[in-house]
Design a protein around this ligand. Structure first.
Ligand SMILES: [Cu+2]
Length: 305
């Protein structure tokens, strides 16, 4: 489905807009509209959505959508290539698995301050092809004219197939765990999604470790959860499952709206990040402590570098 709409309520606002545009194009310095600089420096294109009037382009650091946490930026450009600063964007990703459809944890698309750029993230629960599923993406944009709230232009892109790639350890073959959907063991039957965000570029020593927790309300609705705790125990399975000192559990960071802690990688190699999910009363919802008999938590992410 594609549609394009152009609304005016009476012609007076349009006329005023045209007169204003004429004057701003011929001001006394002979300047036209200020040129908005390219906001995509350092970003790679994921893909374009173009309808002949506007082009919405998705960008990020890798140029790919991936299983788990994926940051996405957007630009909106008109026919002349000028970057649009006052657009509003909304999107809905949906995986079609034949017998069922589901979306995934995600944020609203919001404006990046001071740039003609918009941002969001996705926490993709599955990759394209997993369970024979395919990901589709609906995207809508509206652009209001700054001079008249009666003038709005917009469009939408529906059922665009997107490619969400699996993530691997450095060998390029072994799957790496970066996101987990779980059912709480407290008898509530509540379902949560825990998504590893950082470290994206792990180094030896103390790294920031961040994660999102969403409660799955239904297949399309995932609400961010605040004030839980993720107790952290990093281990190195190839070296007698040793841990490291000076790790910090992940707690809710109000300002960043994310769970934040510290992980100390005392050497390079393959590490498991073993977690225990606890609610705001300190009750365990999922995961377990590591003992001599139990080498890993049931809530676990993987890092190798
Ligand atoms: Cu799926």
């Amino acid at each position: 489905m594609r549609r394009f709409f152009f609304l005016t309520r009476g012609h007076a606002p349009l006329l005023l807009f045209l007169i204003a545009a004429l004057f701003s194009a011929c001001d006394k310095d002979g300047n036209t509209e200020p040129v908005i600089p390219d906001p995509t420096e350092g970003l790679k294109k994921v893909r374009d959505f173009a309808d002949g009037n506007y082009t919405v382009t998705a960008w990020n650091e890798t140029g790919e959508l991936r299983l788990g946490y994926t940051k996405v930026y957007f630009t909106v450009q008109n026919k002349t290539g000028a970057f649009i600063e006052n657009a509003e964007l909304s999107a809905f990703p949906e995986m079609d698995m034949g017998m069922m459809k589901h979306s995934t944890p995600r944020a609203e698309i919001t404006k990046v301050a001071g740039k003609a750029l918009y941002e969001t993230y996705y926490a993709f629960l599955m990759y394209s092809g997993q369970g024979d599923g395919k990901w589709y993406y609906d995207l809508e944009y509206t652009i209001s004219d700054a001079l008249s709230s009666n003038y709005t232009v917009g469009g939408s892109f529906g059922n665009e197939e997107i490619d969400v790639k699996n993530v691997f350890r450095p060998d390029g073959k072994t799957e790496r765990k970066v996101i987990q959907l779980l059912v709480a063991v407290d008898g509530s039957d509540k379902r949560y999604v825990v998504t590893l965000v950082e470290p994206q570029k792990p180094t030896v020593g103390v790294n920031d470790v961040t994660a999102y927790i969403h409660e799955r309300i239904d297949a399309n609705t995932y609400n961010p959860v605040e004030n839980f705790t993720l107790k952290l125990d990093p281990r190195m399975p190839s070296m007698e499952n040793h841990s490291s000192p000076n790790n910090v559990d992940l707690t809710w960071d109000v300002a960043g709206k994310i769970y934040r802690g510290k992980v100390n990688f005392s050497m390079t190699g393959y590490w498991t990040l073993n977690l225990i999910l606890q609610n705001d009363r300190g009750e365990t919802l999922y995961g377990n402590v590591i003992t001599g008999d139990t080498a890993a938590s049931s809530l676990l992410f993987e890092i190798e570098f």
